[in-house]
Every structure is written in structure tokens, then in C-alpha cells.
Design a protein around this ligand. Structure first.
Ligand code: FAD
Length: 424
């Protein structure tokens, strides 16, 4: 039987394994190569960092679930992908050959591109659950001894939703603790305007997020480039339309969380024909690599060009709905290939996002991602906070059961009234 290997068991790889298992049942052997036995629900990390979630609550131990679904599993991790030889070089020195490979390795966090940046230096991170746990300690110290906070994203970042979420969650929690009046918050972002989100805005995200920030007394600096970080000062350049430095800022902080730029993970970075210069996997409209036709990719590791030029580089976000849609397209395309047909399914690459602020939130749908759009919808209210909790509960329940059921599609159809979004 042909062997399909899914590389990476995060948000995309896990549901891909489940969905592919159903689609190719009895026609292929399926194997997942992860670098951890545990799955962590990344979208809840901001809650972990303000003490609203225990990390254990968002963890799923994968080996028994994979076994139940008849999926082979190893947590040894891949050192390098060798697509010309249909082979993975694993971290324990062994090799694993495949007939089809699905790459779902997510991002490598490029903290090293800015001096002093990242959880090994002076800023906290919410990108991984273990980072968020360390961030929660910093937050507790800050709440006990109030100091300024800086939140936002670095130049080249593509994932802005969590930055906005975290700024508002901090505001909500500090108010609950009655110390918000002693904690100035500044939002620093490479976006040319608040609410751009790497998508040139969706609906009225500019108006809604600016208004939310004004309401909460959060100051902001846009078109910002971080030059370096000292133990308690963030150095920032504000860039003008022509790329000139308009102003510099030295922002003191007791806690700073800025989303890093992403790049491809070392196992794929620089593999000729597989990835772009930033290490993201190149795919066609069927999620298939143009050079290595038996390799597919999904999620944050996929190369997607920016929506347009901005004074400071800004990437395009890859969020849960888009990932669900890539998963379905790949499962169907693998099924086609096993039946001797050419792949015909396409992911829709639309964006649906829920940004929770703890006491409300903002939601948007961008269809397609790049404007002008057919659907350009945004909304705000307490329902977003409730929907985000539902997303967490539903997704974790499905991962624990070994099932892949699209959450965002259901939300879009039943709550937002948006139709025909998924892989076709
Ligand atoms: P990941 O979930 O990061 O999974 C990649 C996996 O591959 C990881 O487990 C990694 O360890 C593994 N891996 C890497 N290299 C190797 C290797 N060599 N060998 C084996 N395994 C490897 N999107 C939403 O739609 N809604 C949200 O609310 C939301 N919130 C977010 C909050 C945060 C803090 C972040 C960072 C992102 C958020 N996103 C959200 C965006 C996106 O949905 C997530 O980043 C999501 O986890 C991406 O899924 P992925 O499978 O592409 O990557």
C-alpha cells in the first residue's frame, strides 16, 4: 500500500491526519511525524498568559488517539525533508520513506532577527503554550508592581489577531484587578493603520479596532520597525510613506509581547524547489508543490504573497478557517490520486477570524482574502467572546475524539450567514 506521511501535528496536521484517514481508508497507510506527543490549542495561548487557562486544559496527548484511528505516530521529529528522494531524515538518525507527503510544520519564530527580542531575551511570547506559561509569570509580577506594557507585532509579522486580542485581554484583566490606571499600554505594529491585519482591513476593522483602542486608552504606533530591545526599553522607528524614518521612540516596559515574523522551519528551509526564500512551502491551487508533485502543504508553512506593498513589511495571516479548507482539499486530492485521477479540489483561502477581548470581541470574514472582495464582513460584540470559547471547546473535543469536523464552516453558515466557503 502507498504510504502517506503527515509532517507536523499542530492545528492543521492533526485534523489533516484524521480527515485523510477517513478519505483514503483501506487504500493507503497513514503516518504522522510530530516533534511532540502533545497537541496544544494555540489560539488559547493568550488566555494562558493572563491566567485564564491552565495549560493542561488545552493539551491533548496524541498517541492513544492516533492509535484508535489506526494512524501510525512518532514524536521523534524530522531533521530534513529530502523530496527528490521521497524521504524524511528523522531526528533519531533513521529515515522514513513516503509516497505522498503532507507538510504541516507551522512557523519557525524568527525572534533572532531583532537584537534582544523574544522569550530567550527580553520580551514574552504567546506563540507556544510554554511561552505563554512563562508570560503569565511576568504578568503576575507586573500586576503586583504596575509598569507600562507594550504589545503588538514586529516588522514582517503576519499574525496580528492575537496581538490585538492580547492587548485587550490585558486591559480587561488589569481593570478586574483594579490596577489598569497604573499601567499605560502602547500597541506597536508594522501595519500601516490599525485594523489592517495583513489583509488591508476587512469590513470596518480599521474603525472598530481604533475605536476599541480609544475606548480602552491604548495608544498606538503604526508603520513601526523595532530596531532592538533592552531589558526594559523597546526601541522603535516610525517609518513614513517613502520608507524614511519619521520619528524614533524608546518605550519603557515592565512587560512586552510582540508577535515575531515567521519563516519556514529548519527541516524545509532552503530545500531547492520546495520552498521560497523565506522557507515557506510553495503550492499550487491544489495545495501541491509545483516541483515535487507528491508533496502537499497546509497551514502557516504555506507561501502566500502579501496583499500589497506597505512602508514596513506586513505578511498575510493564515488562520483556522483557511487551514480547515486546505485540509479538506488535500484529503480529497489524495483520494483522487489513489484512484488514478488528477487532483481537482481547491482550498478557498478565505479568512474568518474571531478576536476575543475577554469582555467582547471582533469577528470578520474576508472572501477572498485579497481586496476587492465579494464578502467583506466585520462585526463586534459579546457573542465573539462566546464563539471563541465554543471554538476552543469544540475543537479540543474533536481532537480528543480523533475527528475532524470543520468549526469555522459551521460558524460561517449558521452565525454569519456566509455560504460556499470551503474546498470545492
Ligand atoms: P502549528 O499549529 O504551529 O503546528 C505545526 C506543528 O509542526 C507544531 O506542532 C510543530 O512543533 C510541528 N513541527 C515543526 N517542525 C517539525 C519537524 N521538523 N518535525 C515534526 N514536527 C514539526 N487562528 C485562528 O483561526 N483563530 C485564532 O483564534 C487564532 N489564534 C492564534 C493565536 C496565536 C497565539 C497564534 C500564534 C496563532 C493563532 N491563529 C489563530 C493562527 C493559526 O490558526 C495558528 O497559528 C495555528 O496553530 C496554525 O496551524 P499550523 O498547523 O499551520 O501550525
Amino acid at each position: 500500500m502507498p504510504r502517506i506521511v503527515v509532517l507536523g501535528a499542530g492545528l492543521g496536521g492533526t485534523i489533516a491526519a484524521y480527515e485523510i484517514a477517513g478519505a483514503v481508508k483501506g487504500r493507503a497507510e497513514l503516518m504522522v511525524v510530530s516533534n511532540s506527543e502533545d497537541y496544544w490549542f494555540v489560539p488559547s495561548n493568550p488566555w494562558v498568559a493572563v491566567g485564564w487557562r491552565e495549560p493542561e486544559a488545552i493539551r491533548v496527548h496524541l498517541p492513544p488517539v492516533m492509535k484508535k484511528r489506526g494512524i501510525g505516530f512518532t514524536a521523534v521529529g524530522a531533521k530534513r525533508v529530502h523530496p527528490a528522494e521521497n524521504r524524511l531524515e528523522l531526528n533519531d538518525g533513521t529515515d522514513l520513506s513516503y509516497d505522498y507527503l503532507v507538510i504541516a510544520t507551522g512557523p519557525d519564530l524568527a525572534f533572532d532577527e531583532i537584537p534582544g527580542f523574544g522569550p530567550e531575551h527580553h520580551t514574552v511570547s504567546i506563540c507556544e503554550t510554554r511561552h505563554a506559561v512563562a508570560g503569565a509569570d511576568v504578568f503576575e509580577r507586573l500586576a503586583a508592581d504596575p509598569k507600562p506594557i507594550v504589545v503588538g507585532a514586529a516588522q514582517g509579522a503576519s499574525c496580528f489577531g492575537p496581538a490585538y486580542e492580547f492587548a485587550m485581554l490585558l486591559d480587561t484583566e488589569l481593570k478586574r484587578r483594579k490596577v489598569r490606571d497604573r499601567v499605560p499600554i502602547t500597541f506597536v505594529t508594522p501595519e500601516p493603520y490599525i485594523g489592517h491585519l495583513g489583509l488591508d482591513g476587512v469590513g470596518d476593522t480599521k474603525g472598530m479596532l481604533e475605536s476599541e483602542m480609544r475606548e480602552r486608552h491604548i495608544k498606538w504606533i503604526t508603520s513601526a520597525r523595532i530596531t532592538s530591545v533592552d531589558p526594559d526599553i523597546l526601541h522603535v522607528e516610525e517609518v513614513g510613506e517613502a520608507g524614511e524614518v519619521r520619528k524614533t521612540h524608546d518605550l519603557p516596559f515592565g512587560m512586552a509581547m510582540l508577535m515575531p515574523p515567521f519563516r519556514g522551519v529548519p527541516a524545509v528551509f532552503g530545500v531547492e524547489g520546495l520552498t521560497n526564500p523565506r522557507g515557506f512551502v510553495l503550492v499550487d491551487k491544489h495545495q501541491r508543490n509545483p516541483t515535487f508533485r507528491n508533496v502537499f502543504a497546509l497551514g502557516v508553512c504555506v507561501a502566500i504573497p502579501p496583499t500589497g506593498p506597505t512602508p514596513v513589511p506586513v505578511g498575510v495571516p493564515k488562520t483556522g478557517f483557511m487551514i480547515e479548507s486546505m485540509v479538506t482539499a488535500i484529503a480529497n486530492n489524495l483520494s483522487d490520486l489513489l484512484d488514478g485521477r488528477e487532483p481537482s479540489f481547491e482550498a478557498t483561502w478565505n479568512a474568518i477570524c474571531l478576536a476575543d477581548f475577554g469582555d467582547g470581541g471582533v469577528a470578520f470574514v474576508a472572501q477572498p482574502q485579497i481586496p476587492p472582495r465579494n464578502t467583506n464582513w466585520s462585526s463586534s460584540g459579546k457573542w465573539v467572546h462566546v464563539a471563541k470559547i465554543a471554538f476552543e471547546k469544540y475543537f479540543l473535543m474533536k481532537v480528543r475524539k480523533g475527528e475532524s469536523e470543520p468549526f469555522y464552516e459551521k460558524l460561517a453558515l449558521h452565525v454569519m450567514g456566509v455560504k460556499k466557503l470551503r474546498a470545492r
